[in-house]
Design a protein around this ligand. Structure first.
Ligand code: ZN
Length: 450
């Protein structure tokens, strides 16, 4: 598998990575009467319309998943989000689509700078270290890397261009300095987009509450509307800054970073924008509004998909609460990353759920059963019947095509493993190969233990 290209943050040379798992690939052709070796197109839940929609419309599927702010290690909530969209990426490839997957890393932002200041570390070193750790975690979890992995600092010229354009169009404005701060922070008039609010479908009161909770500044004096969001923050003493042309030196706001990276690498009306459900508002709503005005058309993304939140001890995992379980900690404790991945896949991506040691133990047992079954599937003589194997593969594909029903897919593999271990299942390499390609769980003997 191609490695995540962090921390250098350069694009991968070939977006059609031949090493990426795909069916049928090295598999024998399916027997006559079976469908050709392609999976069906995934239908995915769209937050904006609350409907299941086809996840792609052409031969190329375009995906943007919002990345991390690298000031702390990858916790299980992050892992669950990237694994969910990894299932989509894998199912798309299996359906024969060419995938363009773009992700950002917010390597300059308030929380990162605050953490660096609190610990006395250089903010760039912190960002680099944590981005590298994230990449290692993703690789261990077998999350296929995006083709374009772009940082906020790389996107500065795009943000400057976009903020300047929105100012010229009259959709953005400068705010005078307050509390001794400098003049000239640039804010976006969110209501300049008539479609603003159509993703989250929230009441104005709820929007205000979430905006205040999630990095917004509803009470900033000088704004035309409390929900207007920052595009460009002019330089403060001691803060990193970049040349902003007529905007003056400064640094980018958060939402516009994703908007410009997505428009640059995917274009308007790309297929899916994904992220945790805490990104529905304000992040995706504001990013889309900016995108509509910059591109002069809509929608920004055809479909918005959101993952549930992962809790621990009755609360959402969050930095402020300090109840985080880190992927890297589990790995250091010797937990097989495939078991972590399986523990996550036991929950539907849209549900909120709780991380528990029992859940991890169940995943470890399941992994053991699957691997024992795979060993038996390959070891037995005579070779298995292709039809029986393809039946399992098709059932697996069908579950994933239905809004990435991973728990359902796990059930299919459980039944196959159970049947094999009790002496009566579909033998041969097709199911283990499909489990690896579609679920990202390596069950073949040569790949274990890690
Ligand atoms: Zn984003």
């Amino acid at each position: 598998m191609t490695a995540w290209n962090a921390p250098e943050l350069v694009p991968l040379p070939d977006r059609r990575d031949p090493a990426l798992p795909a069916l049928p690939g090295p598999l024998p052709p399916p027997p006559p009467g079976n469908r050709p070796g392609r999976g069906p197109l995934v239908h995915l839940h769209d937050t904006a319309t609350n409907k299941l929609l086809p996840s792609a419309t052409g031969d190329v599927a375009r995906l943007y998943v919002c990345g991390i702010t690298p000031y702390d290690a990858t916790h299980l909530g992050h892992a669950a989000t990237y694994i969910a969209f990894d299932l989509l990426n894998r199912a798309w490839r299996d359906a024969g689509l060419d995938v363009i997957y773009v992700q950002n890393v917010t390597d300059v932002d308030d929380p990162l700078l605050e953490r660096a200041q609190a610990t006395g570390q250089d903010w760039q070193d912190l960002a680099r270290e944590q981005t590298a750790l994230f990449a290692q975690d993703m690789q261990a979890l077998r999350v296929l890397p995006p083709q374009e992995y772009r940082s906020a600092t790389q996107a500065v010229p795009l943000v400057v261009q976009a903020a300047t354009r929105l100012l010229e169009q009259g959709h953005a404005y400068r705010v005078p300095g307050t509390n001794g701060g400098p003049d000239g922070d640039v804010y976006f008039s969110v209501h300049a987009d008539p479609g603003f609010g159509r993703i989250g479908n929230l009441s104005p009161e709820h929007m205000l509450e979430l905006f205040a909770e999630r990095g917004g500044d509803p009470d900033r004096p000088g704004k035309r509307h409390p929900l207007d969001c920052l595009l460009w923050r002019v330089q403060r003493p001691g803060e990193p800054s970049w040349d902003g042309g007529t905007l003056g030196r400064g640094r980018p706001g958060w939402h516009i970073e994703c908007t410009t990276i997505a428009l640059e690498h995917l274009g308007i009306s790309f297929d899916v924008q994904g992220g945790g459900s805490d990104l529905v508002f304000p992040h995706h709503e504001m990013g889309a509004a900016e995108g509509h005005l910059l591109a002069g058309t809509e929608p920004f993304a055809r479909l918005y998909a959101h993952t549930g939140l992962v809790g621990l001890d009755g609360h959402k995992m969050s930095k402020s609460r300090g109840n985080l379980v880190f992927v890297s900690t589990l790995r250091r404790q010797g937990v097989d990353p495939a078991a972590i991945r399986l523990a996550i896949l036991a929950h539907h991506y849209r549900h909120d759920w709780e991380w528990t040691t029992e859940g991890l133990r169940e995943a470890q047992d399941r992994l053991e059963r699957w691997r024992a079954a795979a060993a038996r599937a390959l070891a037995q003589n005579p070779p298995g019947e292709p039809a029986a194997q393809w039946q399992v593969v098709e059932a697996l594909r069908e579950r994933l095509a239905d809004d990435l029903d991973a728990p359902g897919a796990l059930g299919i593999v459980d039944s196959w493993a159970e049947a094999l271990l009790t002496g009566n299942g579909a033998r041969g390499p097709l199911v283990p190969t499909a489990v690896s390609a579609l679920l990202g769980i390596e069950v073949l003997p040569e790949h274990q233990p890690r």
